[in-house]
Design a protein around this ligand. Structure first.
Ligand SMILES: CC(C)(COP(=O)(O)OP(=O)(O)OC[C@H]1O[C@@H](n2cnc3c(N)ncnc32)[C@H](O)[C@@H]1OP(=O)(O)O)[C@@H](O)C(=O)NCCC(=O)NCCS
Length: 187
């Protein structure tokens, strides 16, 4: 079971105690403004089934969305992690990195810190060769994170469900260090 520590965060699998705080985060219209058609999640029971789906993803894919916890306080800040973007068939096969934090956690670099760790998990631990990230045009904070992670825009298209304009960013796995050549070897 993957558990990742960063300087300020723990990335871990989901617990029952996370349902209420992630439900509150996903019920905030400002948080959901650039996700799908902007509608909010509808209460704890819908969230419980959504989280069950995320946990199922860990079992079937070997990767998934991490609960992101603040180490200093134990609070659930939100999520980051990996998922197959089935909603956008034109980019498949692909693995997408995404993130969502409660508003009180914005503006401290936490999403970037968490996403860097999740990206490294995907490339190093799971051996993925390429990871994409998808943002609606206008979600400047998210596109800034993609930029900070070194991702580049590779496609502009429309979300087939809500018709909003989206951009697909992508990053290839870092190249493995080259094997030493004869000339590199010490005599
Ligand atoms: C997107 C989100 C995760 C950012 O979280 P965060 O912890 O504040 O992000 P970070 O601090 O790591 O980085 C955000 C960057 O965007 C910048 N930024 C924030 N708001 C911005 C805006 N409106 N326009 C341009 N840049 C913005 C920040 O300055 C920062 O860049 P910097 O480090 O160069 O200063 C958070 O706002 C969120 O959860 N939003 C709602 C959910 C969502 O949209 N998820 C993504 C769907 S694709």
């Amino acid at each position: 079971m993957p558990l990742i520590l960063t300087p300020r965060l723990v990335l871990r699998r989901w617990r029952e105690a996370d349902i209420a705080p992630i439900s509150a985060i996903s019920s905030d219209p400002e948080v959901m403004r650039w996700i799908g058609d902007g509608s909010v999640h509808d209460g704890v029971e819908q969230t419980r089934s959504t989280v069950a789906g995320w946990e199922h993803g860990w079992e079937t894919e070997g990767f998934g969305l991490f609960a992101v916890e603040v180490r200093a306080t134990g609070e659930l800040a939100g999520f980051t992690g990996l998922a197959v973007p089935h909603y956008l068939p034109e980019v498949l096969p692909a693995v997408e990195i995404g993130w969502r934090l409660g508003r009180s956690f914005w503006g401290q670099g936490l999403a970037t810190e968490a996403a860097r760790a999740a990206l490294d998990f995907g490339f190093t631990d799971r051996g993925l060769q390429r990871i994409v990230s998808i943002a609606q045009v206008g979600n400047d904070a998210s596109e800034r994170i993609m930029n900070k992670l070194g991702m580049c825009v590779e496609r502009a298209t429309l979300d087939p469900y809500c018709g909003r304009a989206i951009r697909v960013h992508a990053l290839n796995a870092p190249a493995a260090p080259a094997a030493p050549t004869t000339a590199d070897r010490s005599p």
